[in-house]
Design a protein around this ligand. Structure first.
Ligand SMILES: [Zn+2]
Length: 656
């Protein structure tokens, strides 16, 4: 593991920007539209926090936590080591949300504090009046005793009924503003510190850091000690505890999961994760975090994943039993550079985290599967973006690339595909006009080196871009920045290589034509189509194929049972036998659209095995659309295996 890492380090040559004389360097002025929109303070202040983080330098954070499954609470202490850097500041203000704060000490002496009334959505401000000892630039320790409450939005508690092992499970999800619901903190991506964590539980614990030791307390609990030596913001803290075991999947990687799933996870990830890490290292620079592990969560984990440093949290639907879903890991891995090392300073600039991550994810995928795959993935992303914007209740407000949440709007409300896909498209556009990856790659290395372990806003990104490409100024000046950054709606469409998509569209079109021409018997169709048609399709192409068939309004599949069944028979190996959740879900959608009755109980059975909201909610909606009694009976039977948020949303969907 170590030699692997050292070898890549020695290959790494620190990139340097093109030579600029001092005058040019200091005189880089952005185009007027960018200059006019530039915030007064750089990086822009974060308005999604009640903390006065800008008055302090936070050096280190210690977490000392107890997990109580019996009471569904976490309690303990957090200790910040910090310096005051603003002379005029005479109080410490922190974020909390649904927390009980029991005690506050500065350098071991109790101090007064006041918990303000809760204001939605940012929570309850904690005001601490420090003694004069916390004078300017003096380092001091601030220690707070606290406990989470039943309203906690940071943790999800599952009982034994909701896990496969029959043991309880807890996991955190802190992005964007829920760290304050786990412990009092400066809850802003602008503040980074190193962390130590000592977490006590009756069940194994994983954390966003590297495990140092495990101490048996002799009372049925163990204390798990972790260290995160790269400074990170509070939202990246990740904690999970449950019946977890681990196995190796690469020279610096392990997978953690429930015992029954370990073998499948090891098989699914072995070898490939290291390939991804090495591909990313070539594009950016060596992986800085030491280990890269993956937590495959319990079935009722409702999300897709979260990039906790050292420990990616993943949905079990990634396990496709044929490695066909593994590219999703490229996204979470890419966050090890974009987001986790170089971080948006506030959620207004979330595209710096997610747009860059999607860009890097697709570069990693291209390094392994080729350029056509990158473009295909970008095209799918483009369609997602169009769907997401057209489904928005308030697109004028939330579909601009740079957001304005300075009025205290909940960042969760602004969450959509826009920072991901519009952000990707801007970077892809810049890469293209500046001369392709060969010209753009030195900039990638320069940008990530310059802002490593820092938080920045979009304007600092543009400063760096314009400075680096000073010799291509006319090209950058010609970009329609207003449309890209400040206008709602779709951005200008880049030119994608469409080979992989064209193959899919022409096959779907051929099916439509045969059916429209009345060639709908099994014999007719078996003459026109064979399994070889899609043998070489990757899983994303199969997904697009099934989506295209269902979306074709000219073909009423429910009037063509034989054709639908024949299609599934011909492509049985690639479609029906797939265990990739993305393909399985689309297959059910195709069958339900064609009203193939034998698929209804099969879909009901599948809904007992997945908990990811992306599949559970539309799964119930589909079943409800063709067999409401079965949908209701299935939900009645299964509701308690789902995550509480998922359960509430499905219930709501079924009532409508
Ligand atoms: Zn992401």
């Amino acid at each position: 593991m170590l030699s692997q890492f050292t070898r890549s380090l020695s290959c790494f040559v620190k990139p340097t920007p093109p030579k600029l004389n001092k005058l040019t360097r200091t005189m880089t002025v952005l185009p007027k539209i960018l200059q006019d929109a530039r915030p007064k303070v750089s990086p822009e202040l974060d308005y999604s926090t009640y903390s006065n983080y800008q008055n302090f330098k936070i050096n280190h954070t210690d977490l000392n936590l107890n997990i109580s499954f019996d009471d569904s609470i976490v309690n303990g202490f957090v200790t910040f080591n910090l310096n005051k850097i603003d002379k005029s500041c005479n109080e410490i203000r922190l974020d909390t949300s649904f927390l009980t704060v029991d005690s506050v000490e500065i350098d071991d002496a109790k101090v007064d504090f006041q918990l303000k009334d809760r204001l939605e959505p940012l929570g309850s401000q904690l005001i601490i009046n420090p003694p004069t000892a916390t004078s300017l630039n003096n380092e001091f320790n601030l220690k707070l005793g606290f406990s989470t409450t039943k309203d906690c939005t940071a943790l999800q508690w599952l009982n034994g009924e909701q896990t496969s092992s029959g043991k309880p499970y807890v996991f955190s999800q802190l992005e964007a503003i829920h760290a304050r619901a786990l412990f009092p903190c400066f809850d802003t991506p602008s503040v980074k510190s190193t962390f130590n964590a000592a977490i006590t539980s009756t069940l194994p614990v994983v954390f966003s850091g590297i495990e140092q030791s495990v101490v048996d307390n002799g009372n049925g609990t163990k204390t798990y000690n972790f260290k995160q030596s790269v400074p990170i913001p509070a939202y990246l803290i990740g904690i999970a505890s449950g019946d977890l075991v681990s196995g190796e999947i690469g020279p610096r990687s392990k997978v953690y999961t429930e015992p029954f799933r370990l073998k499948d996870c090891e098989w699914e990830f072995s070898g490939d994760v290291e390939k991804f890490i090495q591909a990313a290292e070539k594009i950016i620079f060596p992986y800085e975090w030491g280990t890269y592990d993956i937590l495959v969560n319990v079935n009722s984990y409702p999300y897709g994943g979260m990039e906790s440093p050292n420990m990616t949290f993943a949905t079990p639907t990634l396990i496709a039993y044929d490695k066909s879903n593994i590219d999703v890991i490229a996204h979470e891995l890419a966050h090890s550079w974009s987001g986790n090392l170089v971080t948006n300073c506030s959620w207004n600039h979330f595209w710096l985290n997610e747009g860059w991550t999607v860009y890097l994810e697709r570069r990693i995928v291209a390094a392994i599967h080729g350029e056509a795959t990158r473009h295909f993935s970008a095209l799918i992303g483009w369609n997602d973006l169009a769907n997401s914007i057209s489904a928005m209740k308030n697109p004028d407000r939330f579909s601009t690339l740079i957001q304005n949440l300075n009025d205290g709007t909940d960042p969760d409300e602004a969450f959509s595909s826009v920072p991901y896909e519009k952000g990707f498209n801007l970077l892809f556009h810049l890469e293209t006009i500046l001369g392709g990856p060969k010209e753009f790659d030195p900039f990638i290395k320069h940008y990530f080196t310059k802002f490593s372990k820092k938080s920045l806003d979009s304007y600092q990104f543009f400063d760096t871009l314009f400075e680096f490409f000073a010799d291509k100024r006319e090209i950058l000046d010609a970009v329609d920045w207003e449309t890209w950054l400040y206008k709602p709606g779709m951005p200008p469409k880049p030119k994608f290589i469409t080979t992989l998509a064209d193959n899919v569209y022409s096959l779907a079109e051929k099916w439509a034509t045969e059916i429209k021409n009345g060639n709908t018997t099994e014999d007719d169709l078996k003459q026109a189509f064979t399994a070889a048609d899609i043998k070489d399709f990757n899983s994303n192409q199969i997904v697009l194929f099934l989506d295209t068939l269902v979306q074709n309004k000219e073909i009423q599949w429910n009037n063509h049972h034989t054709a639908a069944k024949t299609l599934l028979k011909i492509y049985e190996d690639s479609i029906v036998k797939s265990r990739n959740a993305e393909v399985v879900f689309r297959t059910y959608r195709f069958e339900i659209t064609a009203q193939l009755k034998e698929s209804y109980p099969q879909l009901a059975e599948w809904l007992a095995t997945v908990g990811r909201m992306k599949f559970v909610r539309p799964g119930y909606r589909l079943l409800n659309s063709v067999d409401r009694p079965l949908a209701l009976a299935t939900f009645e039977k299964l509701q308690n295996i789902y995550h509480p948020i998922c359960k509430a949303l499905v219930k709501q969907d079924l009532e409508a």
